[in-house]
Design a protein around this ligand. Structure first.
Ligand SMILES: [Zn+2]
Length: 240
């Protein structure tokens, strides 16, 4: 085992133990949602052997990475690696791990969305019993086609999107592409931060034949936080 590996293993144990005690006296917040992790959750995770092992492994990898990039850091006169104040930065993996885990388990939801417009209004074909009308609950395996009821197009797949539970669809926009990688806003949109309901957006898409660039005009579903300080241009349900 080389010097870096040996030092990294020793540090992963030391830093975990040092941070372990502090972690109970300081607040740990979730990286995306900012929620303060409850004490019971900290206890549960930090006293779990499996999680301890994983956190130590994260710290070990960080130290190996640091010293591989900068092998002259943290060396004493004899050329041996030793603990420095800066080394402690990697102890915060403990907080990061706990915060991320809490967020993933309690704060984040995963939804399937349309690959084209980003809406969650997507449908898959399923087998239905002709007598009971009961859905088998499994998508037809030989047919991977999905239908998006918002942009009204067939797609070969849907994609996963993770988001906070409070996020919902706030409206729609219409965009085109100039063919060299730039988005163009539909000319009927008043500004890039304006959000419309589905009927208005569809009217733009199918309206007067103004050019939408390469692929015509496309629906774009806007979720909470997608647009900074959006102006809502309609009243009521966005999916109208
Ligand atoms: Zn769609």
């Amino acid at each position: 085992m080389n010097k870096i590996e040996k030092f990294a293993i020793a540090m992963s144990e030391l830093l975990f133990d040092l941070r372990y005690d502090d972690a109970f006296c300081t607040e740990i917040t979730c990286p995306n949602t900012g929620t303060v992790v409850p004490d019971e959750f900290k206890d549960k995770i930090l006293d779990d052997e499996e999680n301890k092992k994983k956190i130590k492994e994260e710290i070990r990898l960080d130290i190996v990475h640091h010293l591989t990039e900068r092998p002259d850091d943290w060396k004493n006169d004899k050329g041996e690696y030793e603990y420095r104040v800066e080394t402690f930065d990697y102890a915060y993996q403990v907080d990061a791990w706990v915060g991320k885990l809490y967020e993933n388990q309690n704060e984040i939801k995963t939804v399937w969305v349309c690959t084209n417009c980003g809406s969650d209004n997507v449908q898959a074909k399923m087998w239905v019993n002709v007598n009971t009308n009961k859905v088998s609950g499994e998508a037809m395996e030989d047919d991977d086609e999905y239908w998006c009821d918002d942009c009204e197009q067939h797609h070969s797949k849907v994609k996963e999107r993770t988001m906070m539970p409070r996020q919902k669809i706030i409206g729609y926009q219409v965009e085109g592409h100039d063919g060299v990688g730039h988005h163009i806003m539909h000319p009927d949109m008043e500004a890039s931060f304006c959000v419309y309901n589905l009927a208005e957006a569809k009217e733009m898409i199918h309206g007067e034949a103004k050019t939408g660039g390469h692929d015509g005009w496309q629906l774009l579903t806007i979720w909470t936080d997608d647009v900074e300080e959006p102006t809502i241009m309609f009243e009521g349900d966005p999916r109208l």
